[in-house]
Design a protein around this ligand. Sequence first.
Ligand SMILES: NC(=O)c1ccc[n+]([C@@H]2O[C@H](COP(=O)([O-])OP(=O)(O)OC[C@H]3O[C@@H](n4cnc5c(N)ncnc54)[C@H](OP(=O)(O)O)[C@@H]3O)[C@@H](O)[C@H]2O)c1
Length: 332
Amino acid sequence: MGNVALQCAVLHGAGRFAQHLLDAWLRHAPHLTLGYWCDEVLDVHGVCHLLQTHDRLDFAAAQPAVEDGSIALTRLDGQRHHLPFFHGPATQLPWRGKADVWLECSGRYPTAEQCRAFLHGKTQRVLVSATCWDADQTLVMGYNAADWRSDAQVLSYGSCTVNAFVPLAHWVHRRYGVEEAEVQVIHNQPAHRMEAHPRRQACTLERMGPQLLPWLDAGRFAVNYTLIPYTGASLLELRFRLQSPPSLPDFLQNLELACASGPLRGLYALCAQDPGITAVLGTGHNAVLHPAGVRLQGDTLRLSGYFDNENSAVRYWELAQWMAACQSAGVT
Ligand SMILES: NC(=O)c1ccc[n+]([C@@H]2O[C@H](COP(=O)([O-])OP(=O)(O)OC[C@H]3O[C@@H](n4cnc5c(N)ncnc54)[C@H](OP(=O)(O)O)[C@@H]3O)[C@@H](O)[C@H]2O)c1
């Protein structure tokens, strides 16, 4: 995209997703940077304490501190940044309308209708960190980000499970033809809201999958989603019935190539051995697979993997960067 002006974003939310997004920002922000931060629940000291004591992400090098009502952080490039922080209703943000983009990561404004309240002044775009049924566009990196339209005001990046499934399912369909698909997700829970027992829940992927993938028949697609009282990475089991099943060695070779240098590069990893669930934390892949978790029985392909659901913030951040670059370059 060449040299383009750096755009500025407000980050709304300070939960697990926003914390991972902050981590991504500390590492890389070529087209869009964070300028402001706000949360309706946690105040500036609460957020700073969360960063200083994080059990998953290491913010030590960033030296988080509260300075004059801002969160001060040192980015990987060595520069110290001050993010002015507001604790209160998002619609009363003192800097409302000053950023180019509103990053809606709080989970408290799930509809585009609600998010349109943030379109004000300079702020012409909201990107929601969850499935948003009335969004102008849902864009998934590695699948349809190139469809971005400059007139889309409220956009969604999908969700962690949408990102885990869609680019891989699209690749499988293009190569082998998918007749039906099924997804099992075993999902973690936040430490501060741990429940006593596992709980089954509806997953937005079941409806969003067929919306995003025109070849996927809603009547031949099912998602089972279970929340378990545990804070680590999540588990993913995929089953596809294929029109043209390959041999297992051919499939593994093609998957390895796609992950190493093809359309799944950077999105999925195929490890030589089962890495174990803990090793995938922080990897930034939509899902991590391994050969022992790949089975072909007749026309049925099964894939077992892991995914760091919170770190789908990496894809969200890439999408935010992509849109900023497109806009600055005058793409319509
Ligand atoms: N987490 C994921 O894996 C993930 C992945 C993709 C998309 N998303 C989406 O991103 C949005 C935000 O989700 P989230 O997972 O970031 O929510 P979350 O971790 O549950 O955080 C949201 C809220 O939780 C509270 N909170 C967070 N950490 C806390 C702590 N240590 N102590 C006390 N309170 C704390 C705060 O308010 P409360 O008092 O309300 O708890 C905070 O504003 C949602 O729309 C979600 O669907 C999440």
